[in-house]
Design a binder for this molecule. Structure first.
Ligand SMILES: C[S@@+](CC[C@H](N)C(=O)[O-])C[C@H]1O[C@@H](n2cnc3c(N)ncnc32)[C@H](O)[C@@H]1O
Length: 222
């Protein structure tokens, strides 16, 4: 089996067996860690995430401090880590320790040394620094129960010139994944409102990357 096939197929399967007992009681649409890894690292999903295109829009530079909020299997974490090297740090935040263990193991195998995994709380990412240049929340906001409180807490870790990038499913897309689960649908107006309450305003939008299917929004401090 090639190295790439091992990471895409075999390793997620092994983690599925090793970390079967998830503990995500208060997460909306929770999955056990092994299930998450299989889904998040599937070749089809990876292609749809357009990681390289997203990273190109984030204007990251070596030395920056980044928080990957709801890092999952670390798909974005690993790309962010390369983008801020040398000298930068990525805090990979999740509420499932077994996913953080997976990230640590992958980082070790791939010799990525500038990622720090952080066990967050449901309403507070608990980033161990207040100088974050960019927080990325990709495909996560709809899983968070108290989004307003979470975003307000997240804002306190961002430095004055820092940014928060949100990529979230467009609830108006007729084929959106959770169309029959209203509790998982987040409106654009809600995001703007929560961000405003957290002290942020929208400074960029990239409507062409996921046309009609996802919002890609960047906020800066007011
Ligand atoms: C669909 S996955 C996305 C993972 C990753 N951002 C990506 O795009 O590959 C959602 C992730 O959010 C995490 N999550 C859910 N609620 C969270 C919360 N309150 N704080 C931090 N992470 C959370 C889940 O454990 C899961 O790993």
């Amino acid at each position: 089996m090639s190295r790439r096939a091992f990471f895409a197929v075999a390793l997620p399967g092994l983690f599925g067996m090793a970390f079967f007992a998830g503990n995500a009681s208060a997460q909306l649409a929770a999955r056990k860690a092994g299930d998450w890894v299989g889904v998040l690292e599937s070749p089809q999903r990876i292609a749809g995430q357009k990681v390289g295109d997203v990273l190109a829009k984030l204007d990251l530079r070596p030395g920056m401090v980044v928080a990957d909020i709801g890092a999952g299997s670390g798909l974005f974490t690993r790309a962010l880590a390369k983008a801020v090297s040398p000298g930068g740090t990525v805090y990979a935040v999740d509420i499932q320790q077994d996913l953080l263990d997976y990230i640590n193991q992958r980082d070790e195998q791939e010799h990525i040394q500038n990622v720090k995994t952080v066990l967050g709380e449901f309403s507070d990412p608990k980033v161990p620094a207040r100088n974050v240049d960019l927080a990325l929340i990709n495909d996560v906001l709809h899983h968070i129960e108290n989004r307003a409180a979470y975003l307000k807490a997240l804002g306190t870790y961002i430095k004055n010139s820092g940014r928060i990038a949100i990529i979230e499913m467009n609830k108006d897309d007729p084929n959106t994944a959770h169309k029959n689960q209203p509790e998982l649908l987040v409106s654009r107006q809600d995001i703007d409102g929560w961000m405003s309450d957290a002290g942020f305003r929208q400074i960029q939008e990239f409507p062409d990357l996921f046309p009609g299917t996802k919002w890609f929004l960047i906020y800066g401090k007011k």
